[in-house]
Structure formats: C-alpha cells, structure tokens
Ligand binder design. Structure first.
Ligand SMILES: NC(=O)c1ccc[n+]([C@@H]2O[C@H](COP(=O)([O-])OP(=O)(O)OC[C@H]3O[C@@H](n4cnc5c(N)ncnc54)[C@H](O)[C@@H]3O)[C@@H](O)[C@H]2O)c1
Length: 343
C-alpha cells in the first residue's frame, strides 16, 4: 500500500507549533501534515480548533522520546521532512526539575533524528529530506548591555532548559557531520502572540491585569529580551525549511529589544484602552499600578539579542508585523479568550 506523504510537525499543540500549523496549511494548499504531540500541561488541542476536520491534517497523540511511537509514525506515513518544535519550554520549571527537559529535549530529539535517519537512509533520501530543529537564542547565554550573538557564537547556556536546547543543537548538527543528513537549525528570540501557555510572561501580565491581581516582574524588571511576533517566526521557519543551506543555523530575531518592565507597561497601556471598564470601579486608575517586583529567578540572564543578518541577507526574510500592531493583536486575542487566560 502506498503511504501518504506528509510533513511531520512535533509539538504542534503548543504555542509556536500550533501557530505554524495554522500558517502552513493556509499558505500551502497542497500540504499534508502529521502532528505528534504528547499533550503535556503545555499542549492544548483547542490551539488547533478549526483544522481538526481538514483532510490535510493528521493527529498523533504520542511522546517523541518513545522509540516505538516515533517509528510507527514513519511506518504509517511517508515522512518528507520534519519540523521539530516539541520541547519542555519553561525555564522556571527546568530549574525546579530538569529531568523532563533532559528526556523530551535531548532524548526526544535523538529519537526523532534516529527514526528519520533510518527511514530516509533506506529510501536513499538522507541528504534530500530535511530535518529542521527549532532552537532558541537562549543557547548562547547572557549578554551585557551591548552586542549581539551571531551563528558562530559559542553556546553558553545558563539554565537546564537552555542547556538541553544547546545539547539538542549539537546532536542535530552531528547528524549532518556524521551521516550527511540534511539538517537545518534556527535559533529564535522570544515569541509573542496568540495561543501561548498562560504561564509565560506576556499571558501572565495580561491574566493578572484582567484579574486585577499584582503583576509579578522579576528583580528590577531590567532584563532585556528581543520580541518577535509568532507569525513572523512561522514565516522564517517556512523560508529556512525550504531554502536554508544544509547543515546551517539561522538566527531569527525581531530587532525589538524591550526590558521586562517596559513590556509590562506597554501591555498595561493597551489594556487601559481595551478594558477601561475593569479599572473604572477599582482602586486603581491604570493597570500599570498593579506591577509588583518579585524575587529574581536564579541564573536570570540579563539580556539576549541575536544578529539576524544571515537570514535577512541570504533568505530575504524580515519581520512584517510591527511591535505595536503585534502587541495590540495579542492583547485583544487574550482579552477575548477569558476562559483560557484568567483563572
Ligand atoms: N516560545 C518562545 O518564545 C520560543 C523562542 C525560541 C524557541 N522556542 C522553541 O520553540 C519550540 C516550541 O516552543 P513553544 O513556546 O511553542 O512551547 P510550548 O511549551 O508552548 O509547546 C511545546 C509542545 O510540545 C509538546 N511536547 C513536550 N514534550 C513532548 C514530548 N516528549 N513528545 C511530544 N510532544 C511534547 C507539548 O505538549 C506542547 O504542545 C520549543 O522547542 C522552544 O524551545 C520557543
């Protein structure tokens, strides 16, 4: 029996993976996608609502660290390429318990690589079918107030999450060097937008503000992150997956650095406009009055920033959504999803 050709997406019930599936199916009419996701606390099937019945979409509930589950996917479908998002992704959780991060992020990546290698080697397609690993700028560690990391910067991760991502980067690169597998990697800065888990910074700020609870900001709020609208990241992945050079890594950034404090204030200003009714009957006049500094996270990196000239110059990608527009869309999306954000 002829197997159905498909692109394998891992972690497609999470924040970026689900946005990528929505984006990919709308941009590629002839796409066929298999989404494997373990549905950890971070995975959410409602992130995929609207496409469950799309004939081009196939769902597999499973763990990428489980050899049998992964090899069954390769047996059932003719996997033409892999875009690998699945990971434990919350830094604070990795500090409390690193084990699930080691299993999903390192062993899981190794299990996928090995299944793809075996299947594609058998078909004589190892140097043709593509394995794209979605990594993070956090692998480079922290920067001072100046400078950026480029693709040659050494890895210097500061917490178990970024260490497991750096470890997986090494593993993916080794499959290119050792076996000649057609891999690409992308290291992106912080994403924001719809469908992010409520534990993360931007949803937390919105959730706390809407509940009129204190908005917790680590330390003095001076930590700097570069923010990219998730749909722009999806477009970058599409470009890299199709046109990136084999064995290469591409940094993806927004050239949009914000301190955590400034970010919180901008979100509060947006909420002041969208939800004036909430503060009208409270003791506060502006949501920013809820901002509260809390004890800093251990090993909290001061600043991340990537030099993304390579993807801009070689692949012609640049972000298309301004921070103002992206933040407005994001805040409106969460405000309209009260059941998911507020609790
Ligand atoms: N969010 C960001 O700002 C950001 C920035 C750069 C890179 N990244 C990377 O992008 C990827 C996606 O991040 P996200 O923010 O969407 O994460 P997320 O936590 O929202 O989603 C992760 C998804 O992976 C699934 N998953 C976890 N372990 C699994 C396993 N063992 N088997 C199968 N599925 C599993 C979860 O159920 C969830 O659906 C991650 O690899 C992350 O390191 C994220």
């Amino acid at each position: 029996m002829t197997k159905q050709p498909a692109l394998l997406i891992t972690g497609g019930a999470g924040f970026i993976g689900s946005n990528f599936i929505h984006y990919y199916l709308s941009e590629h009419a002839d796409a066929s996608i298999v989404n494997i996701d373990k549905l950890t606390y971070a995975g959410n099937q409602t992130n995929l609502s609207g496409i469950e019945d799309d004939q081009r979409y196939h769902w597999v509930h499973g763990d990428i660290a489980d050899e049998k589950v992964v090899s069954d996917v390769f047996k059932k479908f003719d996997i033409q390429g892999v875009v690998h998002f699945a990971a434990e992704s919350h830094v604070d959780k990795s500090i409390a318990n690193a084990k699930p991060f080691i299993i999903s992020n390192v062993l899981g990546t190794g299990t996928l690589l090995e299944a793809a290698r075996q299947d594609w080697e058998e078909k004589g397609m190892l140097d043709k079918r593509r394995f794209h690993y979605i990594s993070t700028d956090e692998v480079y560690g922290s920067l001072g107030k100046e400078g950026t990391f480029n693709e040659q910067s050494p890895y210097n991760p500061s917490n178990p999450y970024s260490a497991t991502k750096a470890g997986a980067n090494m593993l993916v690169k080794s499959y290119f060097t050792t076996y000649g597998m057609n891999v690409v990697l992308s290291s992106c800065s912080n994403n924001y937008g719809p469908r992010q888990h409520k534990e993360k910074l931007i949803p937390t700020i919105i959730r706390k503000a809407l509940a009129l609870d204190p908005i917790p900001i680590y330390g003095t709020g001076e930590n700097v992150r570069d923010w990219l609208y998730v749909e722009d990241h999806c477009r970058a992945i599409d470009r890299i997956f199709h046109d990136g050079a084999t064995g290469q890594i591409y940094n993806v950034g927004g050239r949009n650095e914000q301190t955590n404090l400034k970010l919180a204030k901008l979100i509060c200003e947006a909420l002041d406009e969208i939800k004036p009714d909430l503060t009208a009957h409270a003791d506060i006049h502006h949501f920013s009055e809820l901002i509260t500094f809390v004890e800093d996270r251990p090993g909290h990196d001061l600043r991340y920033a990537v030099d993304d000239s390579k993807i801009r110059n070689k692949l012609g990608w640049k972000p298309s959504v301004s921070f103002e527009e992206g933040l407005r869309r994001t805040v409106e999306w969460y405000v309209n999803q009260p059941g998911k954000v507020v609790q």
